[in-house]
Design a protein around this ligand. Structure first.
Ligand SMILES: [Zn+2]
Length: 253
């Protein structure tokens, strides 16, 4: 890689770390009904407002040994993990798509999916505000990036969201409404055929994990397993490798 590319990669990773820091705020505040635009972050334990040097992604956590400077209570490992994850995802997308509008589109989507997955994991809900943000952003970014046309997006939504709706109706509540809405977002962004392929991958991974957890009695059959993270993971994989895998499979046939 050229020096310029290294410089751009470093900038993208930095952007990812800062975006991850913002996502942590979204993940904490949205399920509690607090405003995202509210004042600066506070320690969840003692309520002390954090200063700028306590808000540097990853670095602050390391310098403070994972503890609040005021009350010394543990800071959740979720904070640096989400920051590092977002930085890594941004780097992978940049190396895959280069400096394009498609990159911008998928940086937006993956940030949204990280926030949705974490909220779903912790609270078993997918906030409508994030779904609406996704649908609005998806329409604009599809037009800007010109990689997924209106028809492709429409078929993508029907093949993911419509399919899950059908599953929900047939299983009488076996599929959450949040998952159906999230699938509409990935359907819009990825279009046909990537969106249903991503859902297929996610459902496969989720199903395997569910069987594994049941076999080893780590979870009962009645315990909910949030599906949002799997839809997200499958879609991310489809964005990167979907077309290669599908064309390889068609050639194989
Ligand atoms: Zn504190």
């Amino acid at each position: 890689m050229e020096t310029v590319t290294y410089f751009r990669l470093a900038a993208i990773i930095l952007l990812g770390l800062c975006t991850g820091s913002f996502l942590n705020v979204v993940i904490y505040r949205l399920p509690r009904g607090e405003s995202i635009a509210m004042d600066r972050s506070r320690c969840p334990s003692c309520g002390k407002q954090l200063s700028w040097f306590e808000l540097i992604p990853v670095i602050s956590y390391l310098l403070q040994f994972g503890k609040c400077r005021t009350c010394h209570s543990r800071i959740s490992l979720q904070y640096p993990v989400v920051e590092l994850l977002t930085g890594a995802v941004f780097a992978v997308l940049f190396l895959h798509f280069g400096a394009t509008l498609t990159l911008v589109k998928y940086l937006f989507l993956s940030s949204l999916l990280i926030a949705i997955s974490l909220i779903d994991l912790r609270h078993y809900i997918i906030p409508n505000s994030l779904v609406i943000t996704g649908l609005a952003g998806g329409v604009l970014l599809n037009i800007a990036a010109r990689d997924v046309g209106a028809l492709s997006a429409l078929i993508g939504i029907l093949a993911t969201s419509g399919f899950l709706l059908l599953v929900a109706l047939l299983s009488k509540g076996g599929m959450g409404g949040g998952d159906i809405k999230l699938a509409a977002v990935t359907g819009l962004f990825l279009g046909w055929p990537l969106a249903p392929f991503g859902l297929f991958l996610g459902a496969g991974a989720g199903g395997l994990l569910a069987i594994f957890l049941l076999l080893f009695k780590l979870r009962g059959s009645k315990d909910p397993l949030p599906f949002g993270p799997f839809i997200s993971l499958g879609s991310f994989f489809a964005i990167l490798y979907g077309f290669s895998i599908i064309s390889w499979y068609l050639n194989y046939l």
